[in-house]
Write a protein that binds this ligand. Structure first.
Ligand SMILES: NC(=O)c1ccc[n+]([C@@H]2O[C@H](COP(=O)([O-])OP(=O)(O)OC[C@H]3O[C@@H](n4cnc5c(N)ncnc54)[C@H](O)[C@@H]3O)[C@@H](O)[C@H]2O)c1
Length: 366
């Protein structure tokens, strides 16, 4: 597959469509059609990404409508309602109205927050995602989940609100710190396990997980997420397969007080959940071994020492899919296919004892 692609998602009930355009150098030739009929445009970004790319984007968009740039400090600590409120106040000062378009220029933090502001500013304005991290390009910019963190948890306030377009310039990854690449890699491996054995094979065959190597698989990974979201936008059932590795992964992340990166935790999560799936007789042993061969090479580089099983279990029970008595997760049957219960559900209950045993197994391998 070439690096260039245009994918399309349609949400037929609302007669809405969202194109995903993937190109090298796209920031220098943004398609006018994504911004047509905009009374004004606001490019919203964090301080790091803004310094790198906001001028380029602004000079393009100024040819279409009056364009301003709004910036906030980078990082997850900014992803809260106070930052949103400051952004919205600035938008109001700048005279933005219901026909304005917002541009989310940055990683998942920018995308989630700008999507959220777009969904509530004057009861909803258009927005375009311009993702600049690997995680945002293959995952968070697609699907319309928006939101912010609160004192009582991550992503606790949010909406489903689809962008008008997703514009991916692969060249922006050239400035991304290598540590950030793992977060996207974890989601790409997950996409392979849940829906695309060819994608998994291509990652398996890589001699290194360099940005250059991964770029060639971005369109393939985007297609998987787009297809799932198109079929189940509001996560009635199928969309939960995108959570593979995340039930254990999120719980490990929370138990480390967010000192471990999301990507590392998802990789650990897939190793644990894959093992659980074999113990339930769902996942073929040979495919689980194949998955773990790929994961264990990556896990060895993490230098994670101790997992606090009690804390991880407590956080997993708080997961919105779970209850005190059973933790629910989505599990693979083989590489490229997720398991469905007899009633069609992709959520599988897992007993506390098995959950804890998977953590012990993981601990032995660290
Ligand atoms: N909405 C969804 O479906 C969804 C899915 C997964 C994750 N998320 C959310 O995504 C967020 C994480 O996103 P992320 O991993 O992109 O983190 P991020 O947005 O914090 O970006 C990571 C860092 O990279 C910098 N950066 C971004 N692009 C750069 C570039 N091209 N060059 C140099 N530096 C660059 C940023 O300034 C930041 O410091 C979390 O808040 C998570 O909850 C949302």
């Amino acid at each position: 597959m070439t690096n260039t692609a245009v994918l399309s998602m349609s949400f037929e009930r609302r007669r809405e469509k969202c194109d995903i355009r993937i190109e090298n150098g796209l920031l220098s030739r943004l398609p006018r059609s994504s911004f047509s009929n905009s009374s004004s445009i606001a490019v919203i970004s964090d301080d790091v990404v803004s310094r790198l790319y906001a001028n380029r984007v602004k000079s393009q968009l100024s040819k279409i409508a009056t364009t301003s740039v709004i910036t906030f400090p980078h990082g997850e600590k900014s992803k809260n309602i106070e930052t949103c409120s400051r952004i919205a106040a600035k938008m109001s000062d700048l005279g933005l109205d219901r026909k304005s378009t917002l541009v989310a220029l940055g990683g998942g933090v920018v995308g989630d927050m700008v999507g959220f502001v777009a969904s509530i500013f004057k009861r909803g304005v258009r927005y375009v995602q311009v993702p600049t991290t690997l995680l945002a390009q293959v995952d968070s910019s697609i699907g319309g989940k928006t939101g912010v963190d609160t004192d009582w948890g991550k992503n606790q306030l949010g909406t489903f609100y689809q962008p008008k377009a997703i514009l991916i310039d692969l060249q922006t990854l050239d400035t991304l710190p290598h540590a950030e690449v793992f977060n996207g890699l974890a989601e790409m491996i997950k996409s392979g396990v849940i829906d695309d054995s060819e994608l998994f094979r291509s990652i398996e065959k890589m001699d290194s997980f360099s940005v250059e190597n991964l770029k060639s698989l971005i369109a393939r990974a985007c297609r998987i997420k787009a297809r799932v979201v198109e079929r189940d936008e509001k996560e009635a059932n199928l969309r939960v397969i995108l959570n593979y590795g995340h039930t254990v992964g999120h719980a490990i992340e929370a138990s480390s007080n967010f000192t471990l990166s999301h990507g590392k935790c998802v990789i650990l999560g897939m190793a644990a959940e894959g093992w659980i799936a074999t113990k339930l007789g769902i996942f073929s042993e040979s495919d689980c071994m194949r998955q773990n061969e790929l994961l264990s090479g990556i896990i060895k580089s993490f230098k994670v020492k101790n997992l606090d099983a009690g804390k991880i279990l407590a956080f997993a029970r708080l997961d919105k899919k779970s209850s005190v008595n059973s933790i629910k997760m989505s599990l693979p049957e083989r590489i490229g296919k997720m398991h469905q219960m007899g009633d069609g559900s992709y959520l599988i209950p897992v007993k506390k004892e098995l959950f804890l045993a998977s953590l012990q197994k993981l601990q032995r391998e660290l």
